[in-house]
Write a protein that binds this ligand. Structure first.
Ligand SMILES: NC(=O)c1ccc[n+]([C@@H]2O[C@H](COP(=O)([O-])OP(=O)(O)OC[C@H]3O[C@@H](n4cnc5c(N)ncnc54)[C@H](OP(=O)(O)O)[C@@H]3O)[C@@H](O)[C@H]2O)c1
Length: 308
């Protein structure tokens, strides 16, 4: 099969279109014919060698954990799905090797759900990792109706889902995003969007007693103003900055593959509560360019690679 692979850590230049053996279904996996694969920053952080102590990479490594496609081979005991089912998955495994930027991929059933009917494969491939992250973080931080929630990085892959889910839960949502994305984040459902100098004063106009929840999906300096922004009983969580736990007593969160959470996301999408925005769609052979765009750090929504 054709796949994008790399045999050493490095920039997007190490990625090349390669022929690799077809994967086989393990006892609790199925083989999915990939129609589209979603890109995430973790893919390039792994490829650059930054997560080498956390997760092993076996070369040649195919990047990618997000997929939407069709089941073409069942495992020994995978009654949840049948050949021909259209599925999407956050197909993370314990080692980086056979990823989703390939014509076929082995997908553990615990990471998969039926594709939302409302989405095509390109859109569906953009959902799993980022959508699950948003859902699991908002749940961990206890967002409910009328919570006052500040979402850093509201225009990115995770932030775009988080704004919509928080809004659906009935929260009052303020997002941070650069100026060019303010209308986009408001359209997602944020009540107010701000950024840069004067952020604290402007954000507190929406929630004068401070935020019940601060969810950081951007990292960098986003959490610097946390003490000024958080209400005395508020909680902070981050997926990109450990200071959320070490300095602010909150949560530093790592998303988990979870089939029932993914099915819940599919229902939110099919019921019209969550939508996806694709910033870029690239053919498989241009995967390196797709990653270069993502590595710019200012994606609006998601980038996917398609396999015709
Ligand atoms: N721990 C986990 O489980 C987990 C899961 C998913 C992602 N992550 C990490 O979380 C981060 C975001 O992931 P993603 O997929 O959403 O990335 P992404 O799609 O590349 O989005 C990044 C967003 O961050 C915004 N941004 C950049 N600098 C900012 C700043 N100083 N203040 C506010 N916003 C800023 C950008 O928006 P503007 O262009 O509008 O500035 C951009 O839209 C990445 O570092 C990723 O590796 C961790």
């Amino acid at each position: 099969m054709r796949a994008i692979a790399y045999s050493e850590f490095g920039s997007a230049d190490v990625l090349s279109l390669t022929d690799l053996p077809d994967p086989h279904a393990g006892p609790d996996s199925m083989v999915v014919e990939v129609r589209a694969a979603g890109l995430n920053p973790v893919d390039y952080k792994i490829r650059q060698g930054h997560l080498d102590g956390l997760i092993d990479t076996h070369f040649p490594a195919v990047p990618g954990w997000d997929v939407s496609g069709v089941v073409v081979e069942s495992g020994l005991d995978t009654p949840e799905f049948s050949v021909g089912d259209e599925v999407f998955a956050y197909a993370r495994k314990d080692v980086v090797a056979g990823g989703t930027l390939a014509e076929r991929v082995a997908v553990p059933v615990r990471t998969a759900a039926l594709k939302p009917a409302a989405l095509d494969h390109e859109q569906a491939a953009s959902v799993p990792l980022a959508g699950l992250t948003a859902l699991q973080v908002l749940r961990r931080l206890g967002v409910t109706k009328d919570s006052c929630v500040l979402i850093h990085g509201a225009s990115g892959g995770v932030g775009s889902f988080a704004v919509q889910i928080a809004r659906h839960l009935g929260a009052h949502v303020v997002g941070t995003a650069s100026d060019r994305n303010h209308d986009y984040v408001c359209d997602l459902g944020a009540d107010h969007v701000t950024y840069g100098e004067g952020l604290v004063e402007r954000a507190l106009r929406s929630c004068p007693t401070g935020f019940d929840v601060i969810a950081d999906f951007a990292g960098g300096s986003s959490l610097d103003n946390t003490v000024a922004l958080l209400s005395p009983t508020g909680v902070v969580g981050s997926i990109a900055d450990p200071r959320a736990r070490t300095e602010f007593g909150g949560h530093y969160i790592w998303v988990r593959p979870d089939a029932s959470d993914l099915a819940h996301l599919a229902r939110l999408i099919d019921d019209g509560h969550v939508n996806v925005h694709l910033d870029g769609v690239y053919p498989l052979q241009r995967a390196a360019d797709a990653y270069r765009e993502l590595e710019g750090g200012h994606t609006r929504g998601k980038i996917v690679v398609t396999i015709p």
